[in-house]
Design a protein around this ligand. Structure first.
Ligand code: LRH
Ligand code: MN
Ligand code: MN
Length: 388
């Protein structure tokens, strides 16, 4: 039997980082839908994130995206966050929304464009110094659309050079988290398309470069928990961008499409010690809420991660290992399924009660009056960045 007190302690110390862009308007390339009351600036995004933290108790960190969250004074933004019980999390660089980056950013054939891209990445490290952020999260849209368009190997060389320059600029407590994605917006080659490419670059860079796994960035059918187990074993799992998908990079609420996959991923995290804050695994959300109400959707997502975490922590590892040792396939599988099929909602409601949180965080948010207030007070909200 899993130790319930230890399960509760792990659930209490878990930190789920929410994305600033999840609070803004978003959409697809076909349409960005506007919602009433969305934040008009990064400060208001933090106000909304504070509501998520108030309702759940486990979401004190907020990731920023630069330049979507550009402000004059980042130290002041960090203070504003602190005053609301929050801290600023990963700084996400954006080298994908500038006309200059049409053929790539750090892998662009023109050294002048590469310099501009690296300049932005270095500026993001300056911002981290001001905000106290630990993580520089890098996702490159770089790639090609047509065979022959550019030299695949030369692009890897350019990528390595840029990453090396940024790595050298990191402070002792800062990390590069290198994200991969199979395709989109590039449709033929992508310069960091998979975990292996990211891992190879991180390995070469050194211990402060780690891989980030965005759950929506794989080919259909990819066994993500295998990747997670492998990276944890190598000390190279920097964190997650959680979301869920039915087809490609859908950015739907985590746990909505495939809660069983989320459980299998978090089982690997639990089994390999990844919930220990000392391992530094960041549990981030990377989602956009195009058609649903944003703040309750973020709350729901946090709850979905908590539920999958609780189930993963409930796996009876002694029984599992005994069955594995005995080659008892059916019992091993049953041990795992017993944990997955446990209704952990009463346990989480009890824990929230003990912590003075609403037993039902979505209901707690709805009763708070915040939604009505922002709809009345905020006029002309901004969009997350897509299509901006
Ligand atoms: C790319 C990505 C990356 C970006 C975010 C907005 O698809 O997952 O993490 O920063 O979306
Ligand atoms: Mn992502
Ligand atoms: Mn993505």
């Amino acid at each position: 039997m899993a130790d319930l007190a230890a399960v509760k302690a792990a659930l209490t110390s878990q930190v789920i980082e929410t994305p600033s862009w999840g609070y803004g308007n978003s959409g697809t390339r076909f349409k960005v839908f506007s919602q009433a009351g969305v934040p008009r600036d990064p400060y208001e995004k933090l106000d909304d994130a504070a509501q998520v933290h108030a309702a759940t108790g486990v979401a004190p960190k907020v990731a920023l995206h630069i330049p979507w969250d550009r402000v004059d004074d980042y130290a002041a933004l960090a203070r504003y966050a602190r005053d609301r019980g929050l801290v600023l999390g990963a700084i996400n660089a954006n080298v994908f929304q500038d006309d200059d980056f049409k053929l790539g950013s750090v892998t662009h054939p023109d050294p002048g464009v590469r310099r501009k891209a690296v300049g932005h990445l270095l500026e993001c490290v300056d911002i981290m110094d001001a905000t106290g952020s630990r993580d520089l999260k890098l996702w490159f849209s770089d790639g090609t659309n047509y065979p022959g368009q550019d030299d695949i190997t030369a692009r890897q060389d350019r990528l390595a050079e840029a990453l090396g320059e940024v790595y050298a600029r990191l402070g002792d407590d800062q990390r590069i988290l290198l994200e991969y994605k199979l395709f989109e917006p590039a449709f033929y080659t992508t310069d960091v398309p998979d975990w292996g490419t990211s891992y190879a670059h991180c390995l070469r860079l050194g211990p402060r470069a780690q891989v980030v796994v965005d759950t929506g960035h794989h080919a259909p059918g990819t066994n993500i928990e295998f990747i997670v187990a492998f990276l944890l074993r190598e000390g190279k799992l920097g964190g997650f961008d959680f979301n869920s998908r039915f087809y490609a990079d859908d950015d739907l609420m985590v746990g909505a499409a495939d809660p069983f996959q989320l459980f299998r991923i978090l089982h690997e995290v639990a089994k390999n010690g990844g919930f220990d804050p000392a391992t530094g695994v960041a549990f981030m959300l990377d989602q956009c809420h195009n058609i649903e109400a944003k703040i309750p959707a973020v709350i729901r997502s946090v709850m979905n991660v908590q539920e999958a975490t609780a189930k993963a922590l409930l796996v009876d590892l002694d029984a599992l290992r005994a069955a594995q040792r005995d080659g008892d396939v059916l019992t091993a599988n049953a041990v795992l399924m017993d944990a997955y099929n446990t209704d952990v909602r009463p346990l989480l409601a009890e824990l929230r009660g003990e912590l003075g949180l609403p037993a039902d965080p979505v209901a707690g948010y709805r009763a708070s009056g915040w939604q009505e207030r922002i709809v009345a007070e905020r006029v002309g909200g901004s969009q997350a960045g897509w299509g901006a």
